[in-house]
Design a protein around this ligand. Sequence first.
Ligand code: ZN
Length: 248
Amino acid sequence: MRLLILSDIHANLEALEACLAAAPVHDRVVNLGDVVGYGASPNEVTDIIRDLGSLHVRGNHDKACSGVMSAEWFNQQAAFAVIWTRDMLTFTNRQWLREMPQGPIQDGAIPRVTFCHGTPIDEDEYMMWPGDALTADYNVSTPITFFGHTHIQGGFAVVGNSPDTLRVKVPESGELTIALDDGTHYLVNPGSVGQPRDGDNRAGFALFDTAAQAVTFYRVPYDFEAAARRIRDAELPERLATRLAVGR
Ligand code: ZN
C-alpha cells in the first residue's frame, strides 16, 4: 500500500494544491493534523482534506479552532489566528474538525504503524530531540510512527536504546527516499505542507510504501507569496505571512 502522508497544512491552500499536484500515485491519504490555524484558507483546505483523507489525527490547532480547547497556551500570533479561524469556519467544517479523532491511531489495514500529531503519549507535545524519540519509542507498540507538530521534515531512527536524528535534506529534484531497516524503529515526520520550519520554504510531505518499506520525502515549491497575500488581506499577523518565504 502506498500512503500519502500530509501534516500541518495550516490553512495554506496554495501549498496543499501544489503538494497534491506533485504527489505520486497512492492508495490512501493520511492527515496528521493541524489542518487549520495560521493560514487564511481554513474552509478551502478543510473541504479538500475531509474528502481526500481516509485516516485523520487531530492537531492542537484543530482543537483550538473548533472550540475543543482554549487558545490560552498559544502564543499571541497563533491565538489571534485561532480566534480569526473560529469566526471563518463554516458550521460543517467546525463540526468536522471538532470530531477529528485523537491520536495515537493504528489502522488494521496498515500493520506495524502508529499515527499521531505530537507524540504517541501526548498529542500536544513536541518530538524535537533524540531523547524525546526514545521516550516515544518506549511507549509505542509498533516499530514505525508517523508524527507531525514540529514542522520539521525527517525524524528519528532508534536501534535498541540509541536514538539518532534522521537528517533529511531534500535536494533540488524534490525527493529523497529512505529504506527502512528491519530491527530499527522509526519515528518519521513527513514535514509541514503549509508552514515549514526547517529553513526550506518548499511545502513538505511524504509517501510511505508499505510493501517496499521505504519512505520518500518530498519538497515542492509553491506560490508562498499568494498565500502570504491572503494572510495580509485577512489582517492576520504580519509574521504569519513573512515566515512562509523563509520556511521558519
Ligand atoms: Zn502545526
